[in-house]
Design a protein around this ligand. Structure first.
Ligand code: PEP
Ligand code: MG
Length: 555
């Protein structure tokens, strides 16, 4: 078998020779301690503490998402429940090695049984256990090999500690047999722009020294590439490098149809990076991120200063600011004070703002003042709008404060299904596909056990997007997308085919989405979207879109 399949992360391609990651340390034998429980407990404590300290050091060196992942690992290492489990095994007479091995394995089994997001955290536990065992045995911890030349790293799964510190000069690509698209390996590879393929089970057959082509866009490893295939890859790499070096162009389809590419931001300090990556403005500024830890509502002055900083960074460009989206995954103490059994279905988004209208009015005041003090094009929108009446309420209120462009987020099926009537009262709609997927699929977006339902490729979600896109086209109103789906290069094409006129995403995703749009005309995008809509499920929609997009998409 020369073509191996997996889940590609990003759109990169790379070729090089395989170096496999060393296999894990062998499991310890179950033995009775020869030195007594006190001494074993002290050994276990010292080993755990030194591993936690090392992980913390790596966290400090890594920064970004890697930092959070490594800090979480350092905390898991010293988790008191785990330590109790280790101690109880030592008290029964076992060695520190066996106690650590057995206690971590028990915890791992629990996570795996839960599955989904938590199941994918199981690799983190293995890594910590291996590090503690290595420390107890006085041998180096297993880790990324260093053959002294650039290579394609093949591993079962990478520990976050390893991914975070990968030497990008040496590691041309990364292939793992385990892990899924939401594993830490995938998250960190995406952030670092590493060409990666995860969940490629057949990669166990790859041998050290073998030349391979890793194609993340196609989701494949070619284990026996011909000279011609290697030359074609070299051309693709050169083309990507040249494109990356050129100043980013505005987003457009191959036929010239413009599709604004905008940034999702949570704080003004991130604006400079977004501008450098060619963001044509901001499609979603999550104002609640500024105040997540505040007990009191922010003052008008505090807010005005933050909004002015943001608007100044995007002078004369469009900046869509979302009013505080409090509740469920983003609780704000000053807006959500009552206990709710189902916060995702509760007083959240515009509902919570309306219940504290003074806070809503203060935010509109701050936004209007920042707008008056700067030269950018400020648009405001309300989160979690469900009804036509809510739309009319919010847009009228925003106009009362002199804000000229007021729209709504479409995040629940009700507002998507009545998009024509919603848009009759709003200047624009912005579809939040994260929540729209959650509510369409009835699957809590925070719950690992139902994570497989949380897939915006699902044709039910795509139909709702089409509903809004068509309404926007009929009424001549812009329809943006600001959920994570816009950052998926192929799904971005589908969304445009369904009627989206702008896409907003994490700035690191802009380049690949820009490239993907430029490879398709509007007719292509509509055809690919139609193909996705005919599928029965998310995986089928993804495959149908990929087939309809060939060969242009994998070029
Ligand atoms: C969404 O729901 O898609 C969205 C963009 O909003 P958030 O992720 O902040 O809920
Ligand atoms: Mg949302």
């Amino acid at each position: 078998m020369s073509i191996l399949r997996g889940v590609g992360i990003g759109q990169g391609v790379a070729t090089g020779t395989v170096v496999r990651m060393a296999e894990a340390l062998p499991a310890p034998e179950k033995q009775t301690s020869a030195i007594g429980a006190d001494a074993e407990r002290a050994r276990a404590r010292e080993a755990v503490a030194s591993v936690a300290a090392e992980l913390q050091q790596r966290a400090d060196a890594a920064g970004g998402a890697a930092r959070e992942v490594l800090e979480a690992q350092a905390m898991i290492a010293e988790d008191p429940t785990l330590q109790d489990e280790v101690d109880s095994r030592i008290d029964e007479g076992s060695t520190a090695e066996w106690a650590v091995h057995d206690a971590f394995a028990g915890f791992r089994a629990t996570l795996e049984a839960v599955g989904g997001y938590l199941g994918e955290r199981a690799a983190d536990l293995d890594d910590i256990a291996q590090r503690v065992l290595a420390r107890l045995r006085g041998v180096p911890a297993p880790g990324v090999p260093d053959p002294g030349h650039p290579f394609v790293l093949v591993a079962r799964d990478l520990a976050p500690a390893d991914t975070a510190l990968l030497n990008l000069e040496q590691v041309l690509a990364l292939v793992t047999t385990d892990g899924g698209p939401t594993s830490h390996t995938a998250i960190l590879a995406r952030e670092k722009g590493i060409v990666a393929l995860v969940g490629a089970a057949d990669a166990v057959t790859l041998a050290d020294g073998q030349t391979v082509v890793v194609d993340a866009a196609a989701g494949t490893v070619n284990a026996a590439p011909t000279e011609a295939e290697i030359a074609a890859v070299a051309e693709r790499i050169a083309a990507r490098t040249a494109e990356d070096a050129a100043p980013p162009a505005p987003g457009a389809l191959a036929d010239g149809t413009p599709v604004s590419l905008l940034a999702n931001l949570g704080k003004p300090a991130d604006a400079a990076d977004a501008v450098a990556r060619g963001a044509e403005g901001v499609g979603l500024f999550r104002t609640e991120f500024l105040f997540l830890s505040s007990a009191q509502a922010p003052t008008i002055e505090q807010q005005r200063a933050a909004y002015i900083e943001l608007l100044t960074a995007f002078e004369r460009k469009k900046v869509v600011v979302r009013l505080l989206d409090a509740g469920a995954d983003k609780p704000l103490a000053f807006l959500n004070d009552a206990h709710e059994d189902n916060p995702a279905l509760g007083l959240r988004g515009l509902r919570a703002l309306r219940a504290s209208e003074d806070i809503l009015r203060e935010q509109l005041t701050a936004l209007a003042e920042a707008d008056a003090a700067t030269a950018s094009d400020l648009w405001v929108m309300a989160p979690m709008v469900t009804t036509v009446e809510e739309t009319a309420y919010f847009t009228a209120l925003a106009k009362e404060y002199g804000l000229k462009t007021a729209g709504v987020m479409v995040e629940v099926p009700a507002s998507a299904l009545l998009a024509d009537r919603v848009l009759a009262h709003a200047d624009f709609a912005s579809i939040g596909t994260n929540d729209l997927t959650q509510y369409t699929m009835a699957a809590d977006r925070l719950l690992g056990s139902v994570a497989s339902f949380q897939d915006p490729w699902h044709p039910a979600v795509l139909r709702l997007v089409r509903e809004v896109g068509s309404a926007g086209a009929r009424l001549g109103k812009p329809v943006g997308i600001c959920g994570e789906s816009a950052a998926d290069p192929l799904l971005a094409v589908v969304l445009v085919g369904l009627g989206a006129t702008s896409l907003s995403m994490a700035p690191s995703a802009l380049a690949d989405v820009r490239r993907s749009l430029a490879a398709h005309t509007l007719d292509d995008a509509r055809r690919i979207a139609d193909a996705a809509l005919t599928a029965d499920d998310a995986a089928g929609a993804r495959d149908a879109a990929r087939d309809a997009a060939e060969p242009s998409f994998s070029q």
